[in-house]
Design a protein. Structure first.
Length: 313
């Protein structure tokens, strides 16, 4: 049997945490034959709720779950972890300026970064989910200089999956047959969902999404704004922000990173290729991501559309 992998979830008493921990314990993140030990961190006001989540994990009798730590101690939470999913953070409340949230998150991510740096397993893979995800990832990177840059990522897979979902609905095809959309930028409403290279697997082979959609107007406006504004639409409908889709996408992100992307498929990840955190298309093999490049696939005209005279390739 495999040795258990230790997975940290911060903010585990929150709503994404509540959806995420059972997925991890069921093997959705690391595979159906991979035992796990969950490390759940939250803050003292949420300690009792966190303990309730631990009780439910015990009650669910997950065969792969070999242990649960529920703690408000950041060092205990980070010790020995192989995967860290950073969901906890300070939400922006009514009347708060962006910079107020930022300074709260700087101090949170600073202390969690140094705990990870000192106490996590070597080669720990970090996924930042808490918003602003790219900035929090950057803070974490700054305060954990000995964690390799390539091990610090943030979540844009939810946006990627939302784009797949929209294409699948528009074309009335299975979402599992749609692939290779790209999310450029940040997890925010300025992100750029791109279907230029996306394809659908059909009985007659791979077909280009722009050719199948035949609706340039929709691709250029409706599709992009639906994906960009999807988070807000969920809040309006549920009176709560996305949780099950965020948790599921976090599992997809880690699974593909650790287990590899299928041949010919890429996914979107917020990565740090040059000191900035930005979402790119990546393929993963042997636990490492590589930004997709190739013939007819220059990223720069897409990344910096305003700086390019030629537009997107
Ligand atoms: P909740 O408010 O339900 O949960 C957050 C949890 O974090 C709470 O239990 C809170 O006590 C805890 N927490 C606060 N400070 C902490 C600290 N210093 N250490 C450990 N835990 C701490 O929020 P939820 O809906 O679960 O969302 C979590 C985060 O994900 C938010 O920042 C949210 O904006 C972000 N999201 C990011 C997405 C993405 O695609 N990157 C999409 C979904 C989500 O909106």
């Amino acid at each position: 049997a495999k040795d258990p992998v230790r997975v940290l979830v911060t903010g585990a008493a929150g709503q994404i945490g509540y959806a995420l921990v059972p997925m991890i314990a069921r093997g959705i993140m690391l595979g159906p034959d991979q035992p796990v030990i969950l490390h759940m961190l939250d803050i003292p006001p949420a300690a009792e709720a966190l303990n309730g989540v631990k009780m439910e994990l015990v009650d669910a009798a997950f065969p792969l779950l070999k242990g649960v730590i529920a703690t408000t101690d950041v060092v205990e939470a980070c010790t020995g972890v192989n995967v860290a999913v950073m969901v906890g953070g300070f939400p922006r409340k009514e009347g708060m300026e962006r910079k107020d949230v930022m300074s709260k998150n700087v101090s949170i991510y600073k202390s969690q970064a140094s705990a990870l740096e000192k106490h996590a397993a070597a080669n720990c893979k970090v996924l930042v989910v808490a918003n602003p995800a790219n900035t929090n990832a950057l803070i974490l990177k700054e305060y954990a200089p000995s964690i390799p840059e390539k091990n610090i990522t943030c979540l844009t897979r939810l946006d990627h999956n939302r784009a797949l979902g929209q294409i699948s609905e528009k074309l009335n095809v299975q979402v599992s047959d749609v692939k290779n959309v790209i999310i450029w930028g940040n997890h925010s409403s300025t992100q750029y969902p791109d279907v230029t290279h996306a394809t659908v697997t059909t009985p007659a082979g791979e077909k280009s999404v722009p050719e199948l959609v035949k609706d340039d107007e929709w691709l250029k406006s409706g599709f992009i704004s639906t994906v960009q504004q999807r988070g807000a639409a969920i809040i309006k409908a549920r009176k709560l922000s996305s949780a099950l889709s965020a948790a599921s996408s976090a599992c997809d992100h880690i699974r593909d990173w650790v287990c590899g992307t299928p041949e010919g498929t890429w996914v979107s990840m917020g990565t740090v290729p040059a000191g900035l955190i930005y979402s790119f298309p990546v393929t993963c093999r042997n636990g490492e991501w590589t930004i997709v490049q190739g013939e007819n696939f220059s990223i720069f005209p897409v990344v910096f559309p305003l700086m390019s005279s030629q537009g997107r390739s």
